[in-house]
Design a protein around this ligand. Structure first.
Ligand code: UGA
Length: 434
């Protein structure tokens, strides 16, 4: 059992607080947002994450997890401290480190009066050099202590996917640990003593880069699949899923993360690719690959608009229904959802846009208020001239021709290649990628 403190109780911090408590550690999670802390202390999870509410209740019953708004006081009592705060994009794509700096300062203040050696672990996604150049001096200044003899420093990137985050935290397939010295690494490895998976211990800045490299590569795979889908359409009579299946037979490629669609969204891929591009640029290197990955990602929603206009004619005055508003099925998160630019362009073209999502309706209403939110699929589709399926909720697979019966004109663009074509007789069906 290790005494842990987790600064930040968002999508990453809360999941780890619960997972570490279930692993037998004693955990305190803290956040500056009093509303979130109060909700979590009532056993409520403020976002959609399957299994997490039940696991939180279980962790609280064991009395091994509690939550507070007092970051400094909680940091003082811990052996290992995790920084799990956000690193959003600035308008120019570079990383906004204000939450990291503020958390490091408050944690450092608590560490100042801590009696023994502690280790601070950066789980937030930060560019190479940030832990050494920003976090370390902030901790040293606030605590009056020296990294090395008085406290240790690690970087331990998270690879949680929204929708399976708890499972990813409890049973990871790898651990990447960047450490300033052996003592820091040893203390962090104790936290993961019961975790069975491959582990790599490396330098702080290498671990920081591994996180960006992983997300940037996965985003590149997705953009490559989307490029292939568009090329399949250009050649005609080609099905991108079959092409990917064939490519994936090569063990050097593997078919995962090659599902074509309207582009990648969410709180990580777009932000991390932009940050790596901007970070390279600041240091005098322009990444052509990353620029192209983002360029294609911006184009994909436009591709759906083009396909809609080809099939249904000019969109001015038409009614368009978007099924799926969150950035991916299984999530209520609309951050960087490709449905946002999709809806905006449809509105610019003079269409009336209605949307429906099983979990993300309210969040999308706030993101694009001009879009009418429908209470169900049937209402979204009634009188529509075009339907665009944007994300991959599994229930879209069960839609049949009867669900589309009340559309004025039955043009359906399957932007995620998810609909069951055989059940859609009588529909003017267009799939991105054949
Ligand atoms: C992603 C990574 O998968 C996690 O490993 C990482 O920890 C996390 O970011 C993070 O940095 O915190 P997540 O944002 O939950 O996780 O979403 P993904 O499941 O990776 O999907 C990202 C986007 O790519 C979604 O819009 C999804 O629809 C799209 N995608 C994914 C495709 O279009 N095709 C695919 O084959 C896979």
């Amino acid at each position: 059992m290790v005494r842990l403190f987790i600064a930040g109780t968002g999508h990453v911090g809360l999941v780890y607080a619960v997972a570490f408590a279930l692993d037998g550690h004693r955990v305190v999670g803290a956040d500056i947002d009093a509303g979130t802390v109060a909700a979590v202390n009532r056993g409520e999870v403020p976002f959609h994450e399957p299994g997490l509410p039940e696991a939180l209740k279980k962790a609280r019953r064991t009395k091994r997890a509690r939550f507070s708004t007092d970051i400094a006081e909680s940091a003082k009592a811990a052996e290992v401290i995790f920084l799990c705060v956000g690193t959003p994009s600035r308008p120019d794509g570079s990383v906004d480190l204000s939450q990291v700096s503020a958390a490091a300062k408050t944690v450092g203040e608590g560490m100042g009066s801590a009696p023994g050696y502690q280790v601070v672990v950066v789980k937030s996604t930060v560019l190479p050099g940030t832990t050494q150049g920003v976090v370390r001096p902030a901790l040293e200044k606030a605590s009056g202590k020296d990294a090395g003899p008085d406290f240790g420093l690690c970087v331990n990137p998270e690879f949680l996917r929204e929708g399976s985050a708890l499972e990813d935290a409890l049973r990871p397939d790898r651990l990447v640990i960047g450490a300033m010295d052996e003592r820091s690494a040893k203390a962090l490895l104790k936290v993961y003593a019961r975790t069975k998976c491959k582990r790599m211990v490396t330098a702080l800045r290498t671990a920081e880069m591994i996180k960006y490299a992983t997300n940037a590569f996965l985003a590149t795979k997705v953009s490559f699949a989307n490029e292939l889908a568009n090329l399949c359409d250009a050649f005609g009579s080609l099905n991108v899923d079959e092409v990917v299946e064939g490519m994936g037979l090569d063990p050097r490629i593997n078919p995962r993360f090659l599902k074509a669609g309207l582009g990648f969204g969410g709180s990580c891929f777009p932000k991390d690719v932009r940050a790596l591009l901007a970070g390279g640029r600041e240091r005098g290197y322009e990444s052509r690959v990353l620029r192209a990955v983002l360029e294609l990602n911006d184009y994909q929603p436009m591709r759906a608009v083009e396909l809609a206009a080809e099939a249904a004619g000019p969109l001015e005055g038409k009614e368009v229904a978007i099924l799926g508003l969150s950035f991916k099925g299984g999530s209520d998160d609309v951050r960087e959802s490709r449905a946002i630019p999709l809806a905006k362009v449809l509105l610019e073209r003079g269409a009336a846009v209605r949307g429906f999502d099983p979990e993300a309706n309210e969040a999308f209403r706030r993101a694009v208020p001009e879009v009418e939110i429908a209470p169900d699929v049937k209402t979204a589709l009634a009188r529509a001239d075009v339907c665009i399926v944007h994300n991959d909720w599994p229930q879209w697979r069960d839609l049949t021709a009867a669900d589309f019966a009340e559309m004025r004109r039955k043009v359906v663009i399957d932007g995620r290649r998810i609909l069951n074509r055989a059940a859609l007789e009588g529909i003017e069906f267009v799939t991105l990628g054949g």
